[in-house]
Design a protein around this ligand. Structure first.
Ligand code: IVH
Length: 719
């Protein structure tokens, strides 16, 4: 994404100018189209469903505000990209639609209120009349339409783009849950719709077979089901244990039922598998209880579900309510939050970070969590391992929430294998230099003492430098960095900016070519001019992240002035190495060290870590070398909104569902707030998303105003 596009992406929909909205709409449409293809045609999604939903939500909001933008090509009019060419096409007699999503009880309440309002208006529904909802598990598979004529299966098709799907009849005939002939009295023409899916156990077996045959494993049961149905050879499909639940219908010549719940009974009578957890609820409270119950059962079900579908039970009311362009107004999907699952911890390995911190990583028996295969999870540090008392071989509970990295929650102690030993943290860095490990930051962190010489650190530093929040060099992924590093082309940050001189050599490498080499050179050259805050973040100073880098940039404004201040601080601290207090730093150590300590969020520990970094042999040389390759622009605070958060010091914590944390930070800053990483007495506002932990507790202790995500969105003008 270009820099300009990224700025626009951080703006609330309500604040977009028409021009910005147009370009943002185009970007989102393209992005969604790409993910649709990955998901529907290649069965290889790159992002979590929740992230995809967020993209769609933003697109919809833009279209609501600027209706002129919702042309026919917009993804909001499409359900999925057109089918791949290999199967015959089937035009659905009735379109196969999608569902709108609800993410909270408030969303569901709003849905029910909307339904009531429409019915009160159209059919004078009494204010106290009951609106029964058919509640069903939302099966995570792929939807299928089956056409029966005189009770005999004549054709089965995938959803495709909703209007036109693929004819996969021969494959569907191999599924035992799909009757070839229906029982009892059946309409002459009947299209039954439902979900084809694969049970988790079958999925695991299939993947084991794939691995044994050296074939690529499937990411999750849904992709395995989709991949299996799209086999051109039905004998392969037959060998894949697919299942099917019926939950809806398409064309029917005579509708013999009046409610959704009644349809499910009929379908079961005809010989279909229907989900026996379906139920009718008569109030929002009942639907919430249903949702909670299913959420509890979720992990123990033999198949993946990703939420609950609520449908207005009465069909005459459904008809009144009708459809919007993509989804019915009478139904909504209530999505589940992050899923927790159990898996075996095979081993604990050690990862070396950019500043040499050794992070223990759980190497897990791969499992699907929330639709994504997880094989690794961070264990943070030795203390966390001790707290969990997690040992190699243990059965553990893990979770993955949206874009958050997977984490180990607990050990299932009764399942601990005999002879499992407490974990012993290594005494030396796993890098080829095998340098001794030292405790740092109050003993919690173990660091490799190899500094800039440690090869693992070098690679991680470079990876950090090109990352999105730092220099944001597109098209230079981790594997490229490792490959260039192995060939000795890049060792230090400045070397990255010497890569353009190797354009021809890069083009000649395997997997490259002139176009991609030229693109990479373009991306690097584009960052030769860089903001001071990104420069600071990119260097990879210990304990300095994006937010602190911005505070430093704000204080020193200019790269050269900053560098000489750092050198002065090093000299001052060397002359006064004694233990001191933050408030006394200027008097007891010196003006440069004092100025550093005086910055909000930077205490003596951080200042000392910075000083130690600058005192290290080659640090200054490496930074000067990089500086020499660049034009570093002095820092300017960007206030684009109305500055209504001026003077506020804001901390974001927990998981933000709507826009993600980066966007929320950008939004807060655009409104004039200062964003910091940790809660202190200077903090004036804390935004606590889901699973907010110690920061939210500290805020409560200090009596700092704390907002939920929804309240924040309202304050920031984004709801
Ligand atoms: S009803 C017009 N019921 O979810 C409404 N869909 O996100 C048609 N799904 O395309 C859908 N379980 O693939 C319905 N019990 C259920 C479902 C269900 C899973 C899927 C289906 C649909 C998608 C929408």
């Amino acid at each position: 994404m270009s820099r300009a596009a990224k700025l626009v992406a951080a703006i609330a929909v309500s604040d977009l100018t028409e021009r910005q909205a147009r370009s943002e709409h185009a970007r989102l449409a393209q992005e969604i189209g790409r993910h649709d293809k990955l998901y529907h045609q290649q069965d290889a999604p790159e992002i979590a469903d929740s992230d995809y939903d967020a993209l769609r939500r933003r697109l919809n909001e833009i279209e609501t505000r600027f209706p002129g933008l919702s042309d026919l090509a917009s993804p909001s009019r499409r359900v999925a990209p057109p089918p791949v060419e290999t199967f015959a096409k089937v035009v659905h007699a009735k379109p196969m639609l999608s569902l709108d999503n609800a993410f909270s009880e408030a969303d569901v309440t709003e849905f029910v209120a909307r339904v009531r309002r429409a019915l009160e208006r159209d059919i004078e529904l009494a204010a106290d009349a009951e609106v029964a909802l058919a509640c069903e598990p939302k099966i995570d598979g792929l939807s299928i339409s089956l056409r029966y004529e005189s009770g005999v299966l004549v054709r089965g098709a995938t959803r495709g783009d909703g209007a036109e799907g693929e004819d996969v009849t021969s494959n569907l005939r191999t599924i035992a849950d799909i009757p070839a002939k229906l029982r009892g009295r059946v309409p002459a023409v009947l299209e039954v719709r439902g979900e084809a899916y694969m049970e988790r156990a079958a999925f695991a077996e299939l993947n084991a077979r794939q691995a044994a045959a050296d074939e690529k494993p499937f990411a999750n049961p849904r992709n395995a089901a989709a991949g299996s149905l799209r086999q051109l050879d039905p004998t392969i499909t037959a060998a894949r244990p697919l299942r099917f639940f019926a939950y809806s219908w398409g064309e029917v010549d005579r509708l013999g039922w009046e409610r959704q719940s009644e349809f499910l009974e009929r379908a079961a009578g005809w010989g279909f598998a229907v989900n026996r957890r379906s139920a009718v609820c008569r109030s929002v409270a009942e639907t919430m209880a249903y949702y909670a119950r299913l959420g509890e059962e979720r992990a123990s079900l033999p198949y993946d579900i990703d939420g609950v579908v609520y449908k207005v039970d009465r069909l005459d009311w459904q008809e009144r309510l009708g459809f919007a362009s993509r989804a019915p107004r009478w139904a909504i999907a209530h999505k589940f939050p992050a899923e927790q699952v159990r898996t075996r911890l095979r081993a604990i390995s050690i990862q070396v970070g950019r500043t040499g911190a050794l992070t223990p990583v759980a190497e897990l028996e791969p499992v699907s969590v929330g639709g994504v295969m997880v094989a690794r999870a961070t264990l943070h540090n030795a203390e966390e391992i001790a707290r969990l008392d997690v040992r190699e071989g243990d059965l553990v509970t893990i979770q993955r929430a949206g874009d958050v990295i997977p984490q180990v929650l607990a050990v299932v102690l009764p399942e601990r294998p005999r002879g499992a030993r407490p974990y012993a943290f290594p005494e030396s860095c796993p890098c080829p230099l095998k340098t001794p490990v030292a405790a740092a930051e109050g003993g919690v962190v173990r660091r490799c003492s190899g500094g800039l010489e440690c090869p693992f650190q070098q690679v991680e530093r470079l990876r950090h430098l090109v990352s999105r929040q730092a220099f944001d060099i597109e098209g230079l992924g981790g594997t490229h960095i490792e490959a260039f590093w192995r060939d000795g082309w890049i060792r230090t940050p400045a070397d990255l900016f010497r890569l353009p001189a190797r354009e021809t050599e890069i083009a000649a490498r395997e997997g490259w070519g002139e176009t991609s080499a030229a693109r990479l050179v373009g991306a690097i050259e584009a960052r030769r001019t860089i903001g001071f805050d990104r420069f600071l973040n990119g260097i990879g100073i210990p304990l300095i992240g994006e937010a602190t880098a911005r505070l430093l940039a704000e204080e020193y404004r200019d790269a050269d002035a900053w560098l000489s201040e750092m050198l002065a601080a090093v000299a001052e601290r060397a002359a006064h190495p004694e233990t001191i207090r933050k408030e006394k730093a200027a008097v007891e150590v010196g003006p440069a060290f004092g100025r550093l300590c005086n910055i909000d969020q930077i205490g003596v520990t951080t200042a000392d870590a910075m000083v130690a970094f600058f005192a290290e042999g080659r640090t200054v040389e490496v930074i000067r070398d990089l500086r020499g390759q660049l034009t570093v622009q002095p820092y300017e605070r960007r206030v684009i909104g109305d500055g209504k958060l001026k003077g506020e010091v804001v901390v974001f914590t927990g998981e933000l569902k709507t826009a993600g944390r980066d966007a929320a930070k950008a939004r807060a800053e655009a409104l004039g707030a200062k964003v910091t990483d940790s809660v202190s007495r200077k903090t004036t506002l804390v935004v606590a998303g889901e699973k907010a932990g110690s920061k939210a507790r500290k805020a409560a202790e200090l009596g700092i105003r704390t907002l939920t995500e929804a309240e924040w969105l309202a304050l920031a003008g984004e709801s």
